[in-house]
Design a binder for this molecule. Structure first.
Ligand code: ADP
Ligand code: MG
Length: 372
């Protein structure tokens, strides 16, 4: 079979675990997913990520090496499950765990930090690693995000014009058009991040609202929802990107402080509605006035929240809401697959960032290469 095997690793802002996607990539051809594996993080590792996110150089330092080990194990597990020898894999594309993301603002230059030591992955697996995908774009003044639009275009441009909406910790949309130059994308705001944090705080450390069951039995607080939808990020024009620095634990603590009387399930319902409504509002403001969209294809763990999925279907009708699963890509695998596609461009020395999306001065070859 033609093409080469690249294994993508995605550990997103939900820090729920790492998704590994073994992909057969063909230059300028349609990539094919061979195998998807998810490795959950044990609670202690999740806590370590939260601590690293909240500061502490030593925590960040230790975590980078620890995650390198976890990523290497996920790589070997995925290869084994696929029945593929690591020596047949051309490269590992490791996004890394974001511990800080500061988009450029006015005169302030942007910066970003993804960790998960590529040398550890390369030494344990014997495979070349492409990592640190966001820095080149940021060095050129870009947001360093979203980077998946290049891959979304390759995967879905036959269905143009559609939107690919990923719901991870943060949510991002790609408007997939026929021509790559016309593709637009930005972060719409929170995905699961606030829901997950609320579950952890208010429901005895539960990591997330499985199936949206808690949100379903709650009632959204209309006044609070309206206030949250007034957050300045939502009306800000793209290019834009965001992270847990804006929609994370600190934001949630502020909400809880000011709304002590609200019942826990009502708060989770309000935050779930916030995710759905902020996505709809983003389309109303920045997508639908310019593009005729027939279909929205969802990916990310948020697509497994059936209550949230129901809200989105209701809000977007008559626009069809589908899942990447309907096109042979399990929704949790899509981002990992996308980074495998980007790494293939990197290995070929081709740029894959879209300056119109990130705001950078030009397109860049993304990532750094670590040899085993
Ligand atoms: N069965 C489910 N029901 C509800 N939410 C889910 C389910 N499975 C996953 N999720 C949500 O998806 C998140 C993980 O999504 P993911 O796409 O991996 O995000 P990230 O890229 O930020 O890590 C979990 O933290 C959780 O909020
Ligand atoms: Mg994840």
């Amino acid at each position: 079979m033609s093409g080469r095997l690249v294994l993508g690793l995605m550990s997103g802002t939900s820090h729920d675990g790492v998704d590994a996607a073994l992909v057969r990539v063909v230059n300028r051809g349609r990539p094919r997913l061979i195998k998807h594996t998810h490795v959950s993080y044990p609670p202690a590792l999740r806590d370590m990520i939260v601590r690293a996110f909240e500061g502490g150089t030593a925590d960040v330092c230790r975590l980078g090496f620890e995650l390198g080990e976890v990523f290497a194990r996920a790589t070997l597990k995925c290869a084994k499950e696929a029945g593929v020898s690591p020596s047949d894999i051309e490269a590992v594309a490791s996004h890394g765990q974001t511990v800080c993301h500061i988009p450029p603002k006015g005169n302030r230059k942007g910066s970003t930090l993804q960790i998960g030591e590529p040398s550890v992955i390369a030494q344990r697996t014997g495979i070349k690693v492409v990592s640190d995908f966001r820095t080149a774009d940021m060095a050129l003044g870009g947001q360093g995000a979203p980077l998946v639009p290049f891959a979304d275009h390759l995967l879905f441009s036959k269905r143009a014009t559609c939107c690919v909406q990923n719901i991870g910790g943060i949510s991002n949309v790609t408007v997939v058009t026929e021509k790559l130059d016309d593709v637009r994308a930005f972060d719409t705001g929170p995905g699961n991040s606030l829901i997950d944090d609320a579950m952890k705080l208010l429901f005895g450390g539960k990591p997330f609202d499985r199936g949206g069951k808690v949100a379903k039995r709650g009632t959204p607080d209309a006044r609070l929802l309206k206030k949250l939808l007034g957050h300045p990020y939502f009306s800000k024009k793209p290019p834009k990107s965001t992270g847990r620095e804006t929609f994370g634990a600190e934001f949630l603590r502020g909400i809880l402080k000011q709304n002590r009387k609200i019942r826990p399930e009502d708060l989770v319902a309000t935050l779930t509605h916030l995710t759905a409504r902020s996505i709809r509002d983003a389309y109303d403001r920045f997508v639908l006035p310019k593009h005729h969209i027939r279909e929205i294809i969802l990916s990310g763990g948020g697509a497994k929240n059936t209550f949230l999925l129901g809200l989105l279907k209701e809000q977007f009708a008559p626009i069809k809401v589908t899942l990447t699963d309907d096109y042979g890509i399990p929704s949790p695998a899509k981002e990992a697959m996308s980074f495998a596609i980007l790494a293939n461009e990197t290995l070929g020395g081709r740029p894959s960032s879209l300056p119109r999306v990130t705001g950078a001065s030009r397109a860049a070859v993304l990532g750094k290469i670590t040899l085993p």
